[in-house]
Design a protein around this ligand. Structure first.
Ligand SMILES: Cc1cc2nc3c(=O)[nH]c(=O)nc-3n(C[C@H](O)[C@H](O)[C@H](O)COP(=O)(O)O)c2cc1C
Length: 364
């Protein structure tokens, strides 16, 4: 059994943190896992060409994770199978539990370049990419090393070793290889699951996650759960071993459970509803307990402190990416506008602490 099937054997559904570029970095995932306990988490995506060819090793930060975040699924995107293969070897070396290929991103910077959701229109390439990832993983299991990959610089190989040391990651076990999965959309211009999904199902994937919008829709309109339901039937009748997750506009544990029973999915990915709300993954009773026992602003401060420790100013990271999270933590709090205005101008966790203490939102 793979880890997707193991979770399903134990629980009513898989509830996962969706991959979110620019949002789901290590500090966000750590806090979400600690307080919300999603069954599994996805990384934000990273471009395979960047992983293989970039002169900077900063792209590896996308995959920063510590042992508390298992099962950890790393997501990659691109259009060149040879880079996918090498990126898969690198992810094996980092010890991720799963490698997920993005075939759903509608952003022009990604899709206009033939990657992300544009791959829906190119099923042959989709299959070549999945095959390349599977080959990379198999060859790694049989002893392939990073230095055997043609595009990795010594600097990148050293950076992988440094990441493993920094996050106390165990040396990867070549007997336990990552799974391969795909996250995609219901179509390009129109819904086209009946022609698109069978291509993916040929590839013996461990899991497929389906966002109920087309590329054309971007994030507008509503996710079409009726189509996701039909896709679930198609997947289950074709290969019941494939774990099938639905995604789009789900705002709570209970809503996810309802989607599972109504539409026959094995689980749900939650994205935007997790902003500033790690507890969104908890059943109602635990959510109420969390909110009664935990001060969300204390959690926000912990998040800011972890952000700063992970990406110190000395490494040339600004505090800027943390600011939006601070704003999200004030969601639903009455008269929060002035606090939010101060938080989004903060430059470090000491300033965050000062703002929150001054407003009596945390106690020293
Ligand atoms: C800021 C942001 C970044 C995203 N980045 C990714 C990404 O890197 N990979 C991916 O597969 N989907 C990405 N998505 C899509 C989400 O994973 C998810 O499919 C979408 O938000 C719908 O789910 P939701 O309604 O629960 O948010 C992103 C979405 C947002 C809002």
């Amino acid at each position: 059994m793979n880890f997707w099937q193991e979770i399903l054997a134990e629980k009513k559904m898989i509830l996962a943190l969706s991959p979110m570029d620019g949002v789901s970095d290590h500090p966000f995932r750590y806090i979400t896992k600690k307080y919300g306990k999603p069954d599994l988490i996805f990384s934000e995506f990273a471009n395979v060409e960047g992983i293989c060819r970039s002169s900077s090793t900063r792209i590896l930060d996308h995959f920063d994770f510590d042992p508390s975040q298992h099962p950890f699924v790393a997501q990659i995107f691109g259009k060149t199978p040879a880079y996918f293969k090498q990126a898969a070897v690198l992810l094996c070396e980092l010890g991720v539990d799963g490698v997920d290929v993005n075939m759903g991103c509608p952003a022009p910077t990604v899709a206009n370049n033939g990657s992300g959701a544009a791959i829906i229109k190119n099923p042959l390439l989709a299959k070549e990419i999945i095959k390349a990832v599977q080959e990379g993983i198999n060859e790694w299991a049989n002893g392939l090393e990073l230095k055997d990959c043609p595009d990795f610089s010594i600097k990148m190989i050293q950076a992988v070793a440094a990441k493993k040391a920094k996050f106390s990651l165990a040396n990867a076990n070549r007997q336990k290889v990552p799974t391969v999965s795909v996250k995609t959309r219901i179509g390009y211009h129109e819904e086209e699951i009946a022609t698109w999904l069978p291509h993916l199902l040929e590839m013996r994937l461990a899991a497929i996650s389906l966002h109920g919008r087309t590329l054309k829709q971007g994030y507008s309109g509503k996710a079409d759960w009726a189509v996701i339901g039909r896709a679930a039937e198609l997947v289950k009748s074709s290969d019941p071993a494939v774990t099938f997750l639905g995604n789009g506009d789900v705002n709570s544990y209970e809503e996810a459970l309802a989607k599972v029973s109504e539409f026959g999915v094995d689980g749900v990915l939650i994205g935007r509803a997790s902003f500033g709300q790690p507890h969104v993954f908890l059943p109602q009773e635990e959510r109420i307990k969390f909110l009664a026992e935990k001060n969300i602003f204390q959690v926000a401060l912990e998040h800011a402190q972890l952000y700063e420790r992970t990406y110190p100013a000395a490494e040339d990271y600004r505090f800027l990416p943390m600011r939006k999270h601070l704003a999200w933590y004030t969601k639903g709090i009455e008269n929060a506008a002035s606090i939010r205005a101060e938080l989004v101008r903060s430059n470090n966790s000491a300033e965050v602490e000062e703002i929150l203490s001054k407003q009596h939102l945390i106690v020293d």
